[in-house]
Design a protein around this ligand. Structure first.
Ligand code: GDP
Ligand code: MG
Length: 200
């Protein structure tokens, strides 16, 4: 398959956003191809890994899925610090969740890695009849804040793989093309190397 003899990239990815917007559901859709109507709320944060093979690189995502509740807010920097990519999620049926997403974006812009690939994701696009946040509103905010933007549905899988592939592609492009230097030579090393680590 793809990814042979090419860049190996380990990338920390964090999901932020209000509780109930579908962060865990997006990750489970991506990692397991599954969706649960009664997804249990995340406590603190959950960790997942997934490997994506592109032609030009193999990306191993270390995914931190945060809880989203305000009482866990002080823990958030632990998860977004050193992240190569951030996905800020809101729920198109909740204007509040959109406002909360904007707060996360501002926090990332103040305190996050400036080179971070940051996506604003409008989830639950399948619930069109209950929509409170227009596609245009999300798109415009994203544009003004130099974020990437996608509408997704963890339920129908709309744009979920596209989201993670797009991130992987951008990380592959941003990674130094120096052959060899990016390679992870053994499994034991993999856990420790943070090729996209940044000082912050
Ligand atoms: P989190 O708190 O952000 O991790 O949100 P969850 O993934 O736990 O999802 C909260 C609720 O929304 C659960 O009942 C999910 O089944 C539901 N949900 C998540 N994504 C979608 C979606 O794309 N469409 C619909 N209709 N429901 C969703
Ligand atoms: Mg969750």
């Amino acid at each position: 398959m793809a990814g042979t003899g090419n860049k190996n990239i380990q990338a920390k990815l964090v999901l932020l956003g209000d509780m109930g917007t579908g962060k865990t559901s997006l990750v489970l859709r991506f990692v397991k191809g599954q969706f649960y109507d009664n997804q249990e709320p995340t406590i603190g944060a959950a960790f997942f890994t997934q490997v994506l093979s592109l032609n030009e690189a193999t990306i191993k995502f270390d995914i931190w899925d945060t809880a989203g509740q305000e009482r866990y807010h002080s823990l958030a920097p632990m998860y977004y610090r050193g992240a190569a990519a951030a996905v800020v999620v809101y729920d198109i049926t909740s204007m509040d969740s959109f406002e909360r997403a904007k707060k996360w974006v501002r926090e990332l812009q103040r305190q996050g890695n400036p080179n971070m690939v940051t996506f604003l994701v409008a989830n639950k696009a399948d619930l069109e009849s209950s929509r409170q946040v227009d596609n245009e509103a999300g798109e415009l905010y994203a544009k003004e804040n130099r974020l990437l933007f996608l509408e997704t549905s963890a339920r129908t899988a709309q744009n979920v793989n596209e989201l993670f592939y797009d991130i992987a592609k951008r990380l592959a492009q941003a990674a130094p093309s120096r052959q060899g230097g990016m390679k992870l030579h053994s499994r034991s090393q993999e856990g420790r190397r943070r090729l996209f680590c940044c000082s912050s």
